[in-house]
Design a protein around this ligand. Sequence first.
Ligand code: 5GP
Length: 225
Amino acid sequence: MSEAPGKTGESADDVNDCYQGILFVISSPSGGGKGTLIKRLREAVPGVGYSVSWTTRAPRPGEVDGVNYRFVSEVEFAAMIRAQGFVEWAVVHGHHYGTTRAAVAEALAAGLDIILEIDVQGARAVRTTMESVVSIFILPPSFEVLRERLTLRMTERPEELELRLANARGEVAEYRHFDYLILNDEVERAAAQLSSVVWAERARRERQEWVARRVLKTFGAPAAR
Ligand code: 5GP
């Protein structure tokens, strides 16, 4: 489907004749603005699911368990690792974060594209273990702007903030392993670019084969060559 994805599955001939969700991985340093851009994307583009990660970090004021993250103890997280419940997990800024197999499977089974908002280690792991991942790096315009954004949002204690800024130096160097780079200097333009990437990836010819087959049938053309 070239617009909002969804499942069809009309007959035995139509096996695989439906939208296969795309796995998007989005990374940036902390304060890079990926949260805002992903929110804009989900408001602007239908059919985009989001994987709620598990973390051992404490909730910030206003964060809701099950919406922003599943906030769990170190013991629960370790048990989940042992049960092989994660597609990927990593220690980021001193806390554990992980993406569950269930979250990814549910979204893809519902015919949704899915966004993993994860750090660069997680992005690397997903790229190596999962097929046809589309990865997007959000780059802040400068180190100083990043510092200013992180300071203004007042969500971290000073030492935590410094750790995030120190880690940002290594994280930005990872941009070269991603398929797309979006400079987040101007939020409107960056949000438009992110939506464009999603639309463009949906329109890739190999993802539109099932649409083509369906339309070609109406022409009496052979379904596949
Ligand atoms: P924050 O504490 O600011 O919410 O997130 C810190 C970092 O952890 C961000 O870079 C965020 O993208 C990353 N992160 C969030 N969830 C996951 C996850 O499930 N796996 C990995 N590897 N990183 C995550």
